[in-house]
Write a protein that binds this ligand. Sequence first.
Ligand code: MSP
Length: 656
Amino acid sequence: MSQSTSCKTTSCKKAYITTPIYYVNDIPHIGHAYTTVIADTLAIYSRMIGHDTFFLTGTDEHGQKIEEAAKARNRSTQEYADEISGKFRSTWDRFDITYDKFIRTTDAEHKLGAQAAFKNMFDKGDIYKDVYKGHYCISCETFFPQIQLVDDEFCPECGKPTSIVEEESYFFRLSDYQDKLLAWYDENPECILPKSKRNEVIRFVESGLEDLSVTRTSFDWGVRIPEEINDPKHVMYVWLDALMNYLTALGYGTDEAKMDQWPARVHLIGKDILRFHAIYWPAFLMSLDMPLPKHIAAHGWWTRNGEKMSKSKGNVVNPIEIADAYGLENFRYFMLREVPFGGDGDFSQRALMDRINSDLGNDLGNLLNRLIGMSGKYFDGDVQSDLVSKYYQVELNEMKASITKLEPLLYDMQLHRYLDELWRPLSVANKAIDTYQPWTLMKEGREEEAMALNGLIANILANVAIMLHPVMPKTTVNIAKSLGFTIDGDSYQKIIQDGALLDRFTIEKIPPLFPRIEEMIIAETPKEEPKKKDEKKEVKKDDKAEGVALITIDQFFLTSLKIGTVIKAEEVPKSKKLLLLQVDLGDDDIRQVVSGIKEWYSAEELVGTQVCLVANLKPAKLMGLKSEGMVLAAKDGDGLVLMRPEKPKQSGTEVS
Ligand code: MSP
């Protein structure tokens, strides 16, 4: 949670920073963590430099998709939304995310605020009633023109089938805003970052905008349009409802106490939701006569082995698992350093390990260790900066040159370049030790120079620690502690802004910050780790013991076994042997399984019980029905029994 700061002066800058609000039909994955960590980094930085910062995140809980996900689990929609929203909040708490507010679109204030906005746009004449007919994708909550469909049927975004929906709808006069939007992009070259994305948006808007359907009558789980309009069957289109969160979180339409934070400094989003943020959102704001955000910054996608992550492929990266295994702040550093903002990035444990061992361990951690060692050995831990400029002005200048480049890179979202530039002073420091060799200086009786060299290293580490603080908050606080200072607005002002050197201090020994990681910590499937040439996939003949093929542990881990809960079971018509099961594997993953167990189990007795499922079998068709897994059972002369956990376990628990 936030260490909320307020401005110390009346003229200070505001920094309202937002993440998208996350759908509650999915649990947090690396993509969500990425956006949130970038936003958190900006928020911590803005607070450190004294900007009046407000950092918003939250969950997007309305719409047909969520209603259906809850129904599939026999849960009330609100209860289901509460659970998943809670998972997002607890993930961000585990990630030490310093959000100032966690908004939920089911919050009463949000609904009132969204209704107030709708009413304002309606009263202005920007919303009118008509009939809509079009191809609708439930999954993306979006209508698509025929021309954009794949094979005339499938959604161009997610590939799922669309359906034709014809309904009475209220429309927003988006077409009226085409020229105003183009003027905004033109006058504000940095309104959409990276700039390449701005060009895409401009081309799209230039090709013509149609009015936007902003209400639905086909489902209930949403914000009703304002009572005054007197048309109770209409609920707001989820994207209108969701986008309004950026205003309602500040109290728009209710208690407007925080409205002075508006406009947003930056809305952080993924590239897939750029159209909503860069076209609809500014048009809504123009209609509401509100100032427009300064930046809409769209990052790329994380993939796994070059493939999109999805639950069905089982290749989703769980951020908590990675943070637990490799260290939260190491993971934060990795995500920001590894991928240029706006580009896609492939996640691999190898790449993460390399960053930890090389950038963090060798370049940063070792430098601090060397300083602790040298100052301990030669000067009882005493470190002085008075003579640094006398002997090492060139190195100090090199450091300053890098440090002054940083802030613009951060606000331009060039986070990978920010970190790259921040590593230059570390290499200046490491090189200085190798070049001037403190051990030789001491041997030659040039103690003053050796002390000054230690002072140089300490000051470089102090500068780096302050500027790295937003990315690695706790690690840098430890580094600063060892160097006898505290990271806060004052030290930022003194050391970074005024260029002051550290006061004399006695270095504090701290344990190595980045112990070397030799082995991948989380077992991966061989597909992700290319096999060594001599390792054959097939089971060799000599690997047989008493007629049973021996397999390696890697081969065993090719099979994903999971505990599942049977939520529905029915007989397969015309089949003596088959039952059709719906098995819940948690996290929105429900599998249809056709199983030959009817002779031993009735459909009714299975519902609510748990089974062990082979979760990564290629889907197959049995009697025309898709089967997406296999339940494990043991059969002898006495019949068949299902393999089940001894005590109930959470759906989706891995069996190993
Ligand atoms: N609810 C909407 C946002 C409404 S904001 C007014 C939504 N939610 S989402 O949960 O589906 O996605 C949230 C964010 O996660 C998006 O910015 C999306 O780009 C991001 N990511 C989802 N998967 C991702 C990756 N694999 N990699 C990086 N980010 C991705 O859209």
